[in-house]
Design a protein around this ligand. Structure first.
Ligand code: GUE
Length: 291
């Protein structure tokens, strides 16, 4: 059996069109154009692609993009000052501070200062709490995008087992919350889990978010499972050129899985589309309009 390849890029592009239509509707009814501010401190080559894709997506969605590229030696006080300014700016509905931040800056302090109503990344403790009790807030973009892809292939997770490999605040933990909301029976595995391959083999839905290139092998996958590969790892090919691979050994896994996301073109574009979605939600909430 060969798995269905889940086309994240296509789903993301379709979402961009829906978002654009809803953004235009909000502009017509309330004169509001959704705005997203992105703060980038220092030069990280991997984030260059991410930032470029974000700018392209804002354009496709009719969202206004505000970019702040600050030098690596920027002080914590400066970043905090900028966050306060954006919190107060009525044209800005979403604020994203790209992580990781340079070491002189306390990221918890910065994320904690973002107005929870503008927290397009969903990293503020208030939004983390809202998600965990099932109240409306902002859901982190990568888990939100992954959940949309899972829903496309398996709308009902009742009676299904899900295994999330990775326990980060950004992906693993919020992913667990979303899968629980969908009635899956959820296991969170991580670096200290005993017999990880055996745990993975129990999964009807396997979400890989470990950040280790091709760690999850074909024989760790239950036949017919849905595999969501969150990893985006840049590795060198034997010819010295770089390429992107996920956390899953794709060529092996696709022979066993029922459906699988590719890297690139899977979860990555969905992360960006959900950043747009969160910004749109925020703009609607800012005027008390129903989306
Ligand atoms: N506060 C914060 N929020 C984030 O969401 C966040 C962050 N910081 N720091 C950096 C990581 C990285 N990240 C990516 C998202 C999409 C792609 C993406 O679109 N990838 C495409 C293209 C990749 C390529 O061609 O290089 C794909 O997978 O198909 C990549 C990387 C979000 N991050």
């Amino acid at each position: 059996m060969t798995a269905t390849i889940i086309d994240g890029k296509k789903v993301a592009n379709d979402l961009h069109e829906e978002i654009r239509a809803k953004a235009e509707k909000l502009t017509a009814s309330h004169g509001v154009v959704p705005g997203l501010a992105v703060i980038l401190v220092g030069e990280d080559p991997a984030s260059a692609v991410y930032v470029r894709n974000k700018v392209l997506a804002t354009a496709a969605c009719g969202i206004k993009s505000f970019e702040f590229k600050l030098p690596a030696e920027t002080s914590e006080a400066e970043v905090l000052g900028l966050v306060e300014k954006l919190n107060a700016d009525p044209e800005v509905h979403g604020i994203l501070v790209q992580l990781p931040l340079p070491k002189q800056i306390d990221s918890d302090k910065v994320l904690g200062l973002i107005d929870p109503k503008k927290d397009a990344d969903g990293f503020h403790p208030v939004n983390v709490g809202l998600l965990s009790v099932g109240l409306p807030g902002f859901v982190p973009c990568t888990p939100r995008g992954s959940a949309i892809l899972i829903e496309k292939v398996l709308p009902d997770l009742s009676g299904k087992t899900a295994v999330v490999v990775g326990r980060s605040n950004i992906v693993g933990k919020p992913m667990i919350q979303l899968l629980l909301q969908k009635n899956a029976t959820v296991t969170c595995a991580h670096s200290r889990t005993a017999d990880l391959p055996a745990v993975c083999r129990t999964a009807d839905v396997l979400v890989a978010a470990v950040g280790r290139p091709e760690m999850i092998k074909g024989d760790w996958i239950k036949p017919g499972a849905i595999v969501i590969d969150v990893g985006i790892n840049r590795v060198l090919k034997p010819d010295g050129k770089g390429k992107l691979v996920g956390d899953v050994a794709f060529d092996e896994a696709k022979e066993v899985a029922g459906a699988i996301t590719p890297v690139p073109g899977g979860v990555g574009p969905m992360t960006i589309a959900c950043l747009m979605l969160n910004t749109l939600d925020s703009a609607y909430r800012s005027v008390g309009a129903e989306i």
